[in-house]
Design a protein around this ligand. Sequence first.
Ligand code: HT7
Ligand code: ZN
Length: 875
Amino acid sequence: PQITRLDDYRAPDYLIDTVSLEFELDASETRVSSKLKMRRNPEGQGGPCILNGEYLTLVSIALDGKTLAGNEYQRTTDTLLLPQVPASFELEVVTLIHPDQNTALEGLYHSGAILCTQCEAEGFRRITYYPDRPDVMAVFTVTLIADAKKWPMLLANGNRQASGEMEDGRHWVRWHDPHPKPSYLFALVAGDLYCQQDQFTTMSGRQVLLEIYVDPENHNKCDHALNSLKQAMRWDEDVYGREYDLDVFMIVAVNDFNMGAMENKGLNIFNAACVLASPETATDADFYTIQSIVGHEYFHNWSGNRVTCRDWFQLSLKEGFTVLRDQQFSADMNSAAVQRIDDVDQLRSMQFAEDAGPMAHPVRPDSYIEISNFYTVTIYEKGAEVVGMLKTLTGPEGFRKGTDLYFSRHDGQAVTTDDFVKAIEDANQLDLTQFKRWYSQAGTPVLIVEAHYDADKQVLELTLRQSCPATPGQPEKQPFVIPVAMGLLSSSGASLPLQLDTETSAVDAETRVLTLTEQSQTFRFIHLTEEPVVSVLRGFSAPVKVKFERDNETLAFLMAHDRDSFNRWDAGQQLLIQIMLRMVEQYQSDKTLDLPEILLDRLQHVLDDPSIDPALVARMLSLPSENYLAAQMTIADVDAIHAVRKYVKQQIAQRLKAGFNTRYQALNQAQVYEFNASQMAQRSLKNVCLGYLMATGDPMQTQRCLKQMKQADNMTDLLAGLRLMVDQPGPEREHALRAFYEQWQHDRQVVDKWLTVQAVSDLPDALFRVKALLKHPAFSMKNPNNVRALIGQFCRNNPVHFHAKDGSGYRFLAEQILLLDKLNPQVAARQLGAFNSWRRYDAERQALMKKSLSDIAGAQDLSADVYEIVNKYLA
Ligand code: HT7
Ligand code: ZN
């Protein structure tokens, strides 16, 4: 397969002003007629006119009305070359495509009875011949023709222009999108769908029609997405000054989708799991995710659509910025502290692992084989942190000035991350040259912190050092610009003054940002009458790993007193990690496991403190995951981690049993389900308490869990109960699973949860069950949600069974990947992620994983997607 490099970027040789597409839709054979008004690009290289096209049956080509003979153009498996074209011309191409044979879910495909498209990143070339690159932006007019009974709804981008009936029982609808767009934002949908409508009045007083299209049986699951959409539209006006720009905004839910959702202009297509919600079928986490994804896709209308990417190396330009925007939105709609904790937790567990592994790449990568492999946590989540640091450095007002300038300067253009940074620079009179290393250097920097207090001088010297490990292709790194938000605390927990020796007065705040630009810098704080406790990287002000030696007492103190709620949680996690890793060593050398009293004491205080938000209490009482603990070890010992984590949970459960009991009872009040921060907080703490109570092994608690399941009127409480029951051997477990399936077998989203709870079960039969479930009628290898719920969850979130010593988990995954690769390469390649950290396990497991990876690499006809990842892993 071919490597695409950033350095090879050249402006397109031909541009397109207008596109007119006509689709005669049919599941087995769709006829696509395209008319492109093209012209030579004065900024191009003067090369021939080359169009992309894959899996297309060519019917005809005409240039300025004249049909071309076979010797007047050249075709390969993925291009069409026209050697002789005038400076401007009209190209007409007719092709045939076959949606029902499309299991890759790229281009036009069939999902149930719906015909729909997915064009990002390079799916449009599976629909028609076209310069399928984001820097070719054109105005699209699209006519859809289809059987009126089978597909009464015909949707495409933009505004509806005209429609009509045909004599043969077909009907047609024409759509026009006035905003020039790249081909990856093209979309169409044909279906027999229920439509829920609403209205939104924009800040300039325009009326926008909002529509959500779903399978008719899901008619009662649209309210939450529609509310979220209205919240997002208002929020983007209030916070970023961005207004919607078409007469209609549509969302369509489909069951088969490779990712979460897609921001096609005016016609977002969503994975049904990311849009449908009712209290009975969706958990709080689902409601939360839906709100954030609806927001994310909507925000792309400006950060991605109006201003798009020049090339796919700039993917984080739209994704990193839009993730930051959706995180800000969720923080404003819910709890900002909880949002930050959850975002950082996800970044540390997923992105840090990617940055430390064989697929590590910069936020703006230098090369790729298959762009679909680069929709990664680095591009999305680290990209969001990078933009977030720009916001920290400029302050909220400076950042808003920068984004205003970015949107106005580049509206209607395809641009780069450099253009984004330049707008922030220009609006704030800043030089961000060094900062841009965050875009070009991969790897997670390490921030080493040392503090020395001189009581005589009343001075605290805080030394910050940075380093960054080598990553593939980048042995050496230059220093980053690292904003370090910090504060100082007295022994009673009060904030101490933050005055540097270079300043005439202390800053008027309990947190200030130190900017580390060198490899090492020392900051001297003065007028400190007592030795302060240092709180660093408040709010996780930079995506770095902190190395700061602190004893259990200091971490326990910060857990109780830090003024920054993120750092209170973080101190608790650091304390747990420090203690649990020591216990792992004790376990490995057959010593008695020693759980320090100070931890139990702190957790008891947290549990008993009514002044802390219950959502925060729930997170402070949650143990770091086995995967995250494994990532902190030089050689990950899955069995020791599993045993220690279980032991710690049981010990906490026994010691704090009375507290868990009291809080559970207080929180277990009957109330009508609502999606709001306060109810979510209560349910999350209640279910954390139930988890600990179950860990006591007391049979009474099993009865309590079953009672909760029986009485639950919402999926959050029901699923929390089922998860716990599935880890308990015995007939009650089987009964609970059977009853759950019988009740919910008609609901795809709930059935996926049923698959997942079994895939992540602690009990020894997990893999056996997963294999049996592959044959269950509820499972289809062609459905990405099923694959992720069963295979993906087993391999990523059941470490003790996936890493079974006999290699059975590894062989299982290799077999599934090879089967999947024939159906859906994107989904197959994603599953390889479970092998990301394979070099961090013991020699026997490494050998077994290497064997499974080699088996995959050696298979015939691998897709470019799987080929790229498996070979990078083995390199
Ligand atoms: N921008 C969208 C990316 C996407 C995608 C990429 C590759 C293959 C299938 C896909 N579906 C959606 C989603 C987003 O970030 O908003
Ligand atoms: Zn996105």
